[in-house]
Design a protein. Structure first.
Length: 349
């Protein structure tokens, strides 16, 4: 298998574009002129998403839009105080409509910021499980649940089934995907988070038992790919999984955070939606059971990293083949359209 390189500089790639799935190595390459349309759409979405997830008051809208237009190299005769008026009745779910509300000069300034990398108005959430998290200003790491019962006590000295380590992998994949989908804030839209959680997790939703690690990973990837509303590269989740499997503490912190979140949601919906609260109680118990397993067998879960890396390589390869086939189809369509145009011109002569 040929080594995968950055499309723009031939260095080893570190990232995959969530829009077109090309491989790139840095922000500079992501903003390459050949990739500018994709990067512009991405940053445009970040701005509109930032607005959507804010408590949408007139003051809030004004604040972020002022951040967008207040730039030292931006000169305009237009009164920036009309921002609130322009956004007053806007539907924040309609990003195209929001974009059209910007003036010509604001759009041009925004595009200049993209090209120069000046994106200080976009808040980028950094996962706490990333490397060097202690030396960066990122979200504080969650605490490990205390007094976790030994798995041998829970199982009354029966040996744990080998599928538990794979079930834990799915749990971690679901958690990191939810965190990224909701930009690190699972509480603001808890009902939507829970709905997506059950959609993604066979373990929590259907009591699935994953005997094989590959089946577990590919099942998750297929779910991400098949849902058009989930705008995230499944490879990001696999990368996050490998990062978390670097230490037993990270595994325990992840599962603890998931458990703590469901426990709070269950209490929150106890009066509002009793059926949902009962369902969350069952999910909470499953996670606590897996937490006990992780505490006793975290090392065996970490040993799955080599298998997961092989799956990761295969996923990257499959995506490249798919992109090549897509490029061939697009080229064929372009050539066919050119031939049709030529034939039509000949007929008109």
């Amino acid at each position: 298998m040929a080594a995968v390189t950055c499309l723009f500089c031939n260095e080893a790639p570190n990232y995959s574009c969530p829009q077109c799935h090309i491989k790139y190595c840095s922000v500079k390459c992501y903003q390459h002129p050949k990739h500018i349309e994709c990067s512009e759409n991405f940053y445009k979405k970040q701005v509109t998403d930032e607005l959507k997830h804010m408590k949408v008051s007139e003051k809030d809208k004004d604040k972020i839009m002022q951040s967008l237009i207040n730039n030292s190299d931006f000169q305009s005769n237009e009164d920036s105080n009309d921002v609130v008026d322009r956004l007053k009745d806007i539907n924040l779910d309609d990003s195209d409509n929001l974009w059209e509300k910007l003036t010509k000069n604001e759009k041009e300034m925004f595009q200049r910021r993209i090209q120069t990398g000046n994106l200080d108005f976009v808040k980028i959430w950094e996962p706490w499980w990333n490397e060097n998290v202690d030396t960066c200003s990122r979200t504080k790491q969650p605490r490990i649940i205390e007094n976790i019962p030994p798995i041998q006590d829970v199982l009354q000295n029966k040996p744990p089934h080998s599928s538990l380590k794979n079930n834990t992998l799915e749990l971690i994949l679901v958690y990191v995907t939810l965190e990224r989908m909701f930009n690190g804030d699972l509480y603001d839209s808890s009902y939507e988070v829970i709905e997506l959680m059950y959609l993604l997790s066979e373990v929590l939703n259907k009591n699935q038992v994953f005997i094989d690690t590959s089946v577990c990973i590919y099942s998750f990837v297929d779910k991400i790919k098949s849902d058009k509303e989930i705008e995230i590269d499944p490879l990001i989740g696999v990368n996050d999984l490998l990062c978390i499997l670097n230490s037993k503490d990270l595994i325990l912190k992840t599962v603890s955070s998931f458990f703590r979140y469901l426990k709070r949601c269950r209490k929150h919906y106890k009066q509002k939606d009793k059926e949902l609260s009962k369902r969350l109680y069952l999910a909470e118990k499953k996670i606590y059971f897996l937490l006990s397993y992780c505490d006793s067998h975290g090392t065996s879960i970490m040993e799955l990293k080599d298998v997961i890396r092989e799956i990761q390589s295969q996923l990257i390869y499959d995506m490249e083949i798919l992109q090549e086939e897509k490029n061939i189809m697009e080229n064929n369509m372009t050539n066919n359209n050119k031939k049709k145009k030529i034939n039509q011109e000949l007929l008109l002569k």
